[in-house]
Design a protein around this ligand. Structure first.
Ligand code: MBD
Ligand code: FE
Length: 309
């Protein structure tokens, strides 16, 4: 009878079996997750057809590249930010520009320039804007040589590299701040984002009765020597979804003001001799807690596989 057992013995065997060392943290967390899922299946009397429909959905989700959409929509990305904010508050580090989620659409290696850049290729319809400001430390001192990595959607809410109709790095740039810590860039105001229809993500959101819209936003990864790299977003005011973001990324301190300014000198190098929209925004970076903290890395570049020791 040694291969006949009940479900608690099955769980024990799944989670306690060990032929070599493995990684204790991975073992412990896997044990908890499997135990919670066994319990969910038992309590809700999940049937084989339901379980296999879910696994088939997961397979399609992975193949579609939408795992990062689901994590955002189910609140995991914001959860991680809340936990980091709480850790900062406990450590007395809660200062600087608030963090906001990276989202699934960052691409490293955007074209880099000093002080200023134009993000759009001249074909995007909409309102021309200039965003400008200074990167500072939490005392307010300007940080020359900081890197402002910026990315946003086109007029359809789509991002280059994920939308084959756009050229590589469209609406993505890295700008190095000047001797006064200043940056500025020209682009076209993006609209909001909606999850793709007829996709694994929209299937789940339909079943949950939830919408999949994000308000108009601009993403940033900002870093400077000795400072903690900041991943954040700013929101463009007036969007229907500004307080109802499906990814829960709007933050009160990050809704910018749009200033309609007349044609003026000073913007010739950005090709602007007409009235435009201006956004002023300074980034404030915390001190880095260690070298890792200061690295200019997206979340997947930063993530490390646990070593099997
Ligand atoms: C986005 O543009 C985004 O920023 C997030 C977090 C999720 C989906 C699309
Ligand atoms: Fe986005």
């Amino acid at each position: 009878m040694k291969n006949e057992f009940d479900r608690s013995e099955l769980l024990r065997r799944v989670t306690e079996a060990r032929a070599k060392d493995g990684n204790e943290r991975v073992r412990t967390i896997t044990k908890r997750v499997v135990a919670d899922l066994f319990k969910t299946i038992e309590e809700f009397e999940v049937k084989p057809v339901e379980f296999w429909a879910a696994m088939q959905w997961l397979s399609r989700l992975g193949a579609s590249g939408q795992i990062g959409l689901i994590t955002a929509g189910l609140g995991f990305d914001r959860l991680l930010d809340i936990l980091e904010d709480e850790a900062d508050a406990r450590a007395g580090l809660a200062a600087g520009t608030p963090r906001a989620i990276e989202g699934p659409l960052y691409v490293p290696g955007a074209p880099q320039s000093e002080y200023e850049a134009r993000l759009d290729n001249g074909k995007m319809p909409g309102s021309v804007y200039v965003m400008e400001g200074t990167v500072r430390d939490i005392e307010g001192n300007p940080l020359p040589g900081a890197v402002v990595d910026v990315w946003h959607a086109n007029e359809k809410g789509a991002y280059s590299h994920f939308d084959p109709s756009q050229e590589p790095y469209n609406l993505r740039r890295r700008i190095v701040t000047d001797a006064q810590g200043r940056y500025r860039f020209r682009s076209v105001l993006p609209p909001g984002y909606a999850i793709p229809p007829d996709s694994p993500t929209s299937e789940l959101f339909d079943l949950l009765g939830r919408h999949g819209n994000r308000p108009a936003h601009i993403h940033f990864l900002v870093s400077a020597g000795g400072k903690r790299a900041l991943t954040t977003q700013v929101n463009i005011p007036g969007d229907t979804y500004i307080d109802d973001d499906f990814a829960f990324a709007t933050r009160d301190g990050l809704v910018v003001t749009l200033e309609e300014v007349p044609a003026q000198g000073g913007y010739e190098s950005l090709g602007i001799d007409f009235a435009f929209t201006r956004i002023r925004f300074d980034f404030k970076l915390q001190p880095a807690a260690g070298e890792q903290d200061a690295l200019h890395l997206g979340r997947y570049e930063r993530a490390v596989a646990p070593s099997a020791a």
